[in-house]
Design a protein around this ligand. Sequence first.
Ligand code: TRH
Length: 407
Amino acid sequence: MPPRTPSSLQATDTSAAPAHTQSPPASEKVLLWDIFCKVIDNYGDVGVCWRLAAQLALRGHSVRLWLDDLGPLQWLAPGAAQGRWPGISVHHWPSAQYAALVPETLLADVWIEAFGCDISPAWLQSQVDAAESQGRRPAWINLEYLSAEPFALRSHGLPSPVLQGPAKGWTKYFFYPGFSPLSGGLLGRSDAQAAQPPSWLNPELAAFAPDASGERTVLLFSYAGAPIAALLQALIGTGQAVQLLVAAGQSAQAVRDALATLRGGRGGQLRLRFLPYLPQPVFDLLLALCDLNLVRGEDSLAQAVQAGKPCVWQIYPQDGGAHEPKLQAYLQAIAADTPLRTWHRFWNNPSTTSLALQALAWPWEADSAWPRHAAALATQLGQNTDLCSQLIDWAVLRGANPTTLRP
Ligand code: TRH
């Protein structure tokens, strides 16, 4: 069965489409997916939903991505909002167009409601009517945030009966991404180059390659609360030539603010380089090239661990310290040793001093076990079934046997 893209939603301009669509394996049923995403803040919501959409399209599926904020997509996936990605149509919701599309929207095979965002009741009503007239219901998944906490494993795959609204009586299912083989898994890279060895020769990265003197590269993608001034001072103090690649946005602003406080302490062998906003596959590539990735949120952490390079996670801070058990669960899941735990403790504390960071082990030190641990972790995670494959398997299985309750 060919991919189904409704004519009213078809891509309008394919002139700059990336030539990356692969055929699905012969055994894989091609499905039509709706992915719904509301942006809470930052880029992770869009980043995860786009990555999933791109991976489904790469495997020959058709995807309608419904976003309430198209802003970050302009740099994360240039051309996507303009319809230049084969297999994906992007829609702004809720909006006038959204309402106008309702009568002609084809009923999808799968609905992905990302991070508990609620699908609009008007749209839901039209789809429930279509489902009833066709005698079939889409598989309905609530895709949750990445967590290594025990509750996520316990809840993965559980049904959630819909108690009110147009779909009353239907059932959604929870899908929890994670690091364990019993979880929903992680999203992998979503470009055709993923199988190639990473290289600084990529045209969008060549200007940021380290110099030939043995310079090390650190990527900084952080929230405002990271101890940035301490990091800069500690890097200056290591005596190692380092270039710090600063991601666009909050990190860049925080570095500029920190520089103003470093009176007289600047220089050494630290080179600061400010990155533009990069397309997601290029950002992924960077994670595979740097000697140390200081990442944040959800999606960049998932990519960094799979890249097999040393990384430190700045967790998204939550009210009441709810992020702390989540951080500890992650460290346990990756079997972090004491130095790695100490790095995370210091990096997630805005008051950490440069002296504290300077005393830490850096991954390029001769006797460091860190690169080996990072590579082994990536190998181990690579043995788990990835999130996209699990979703496809589950949707196909459920389509074939609607009484199956768990993935
Ligand atoms: O932006 P984030 O902090 O997103 C967070 C998390 O999703 C968090 O769990 C959630 O609660 C909060 O938002 C609302 O970090 P994250 O998850 O790493 O997402 C960043 C995305 O942006 C990721 O897909 C990588 C991408 N990116 C690029 O592609 N290019 C870039 O230049 C940059 C800076 C980011």
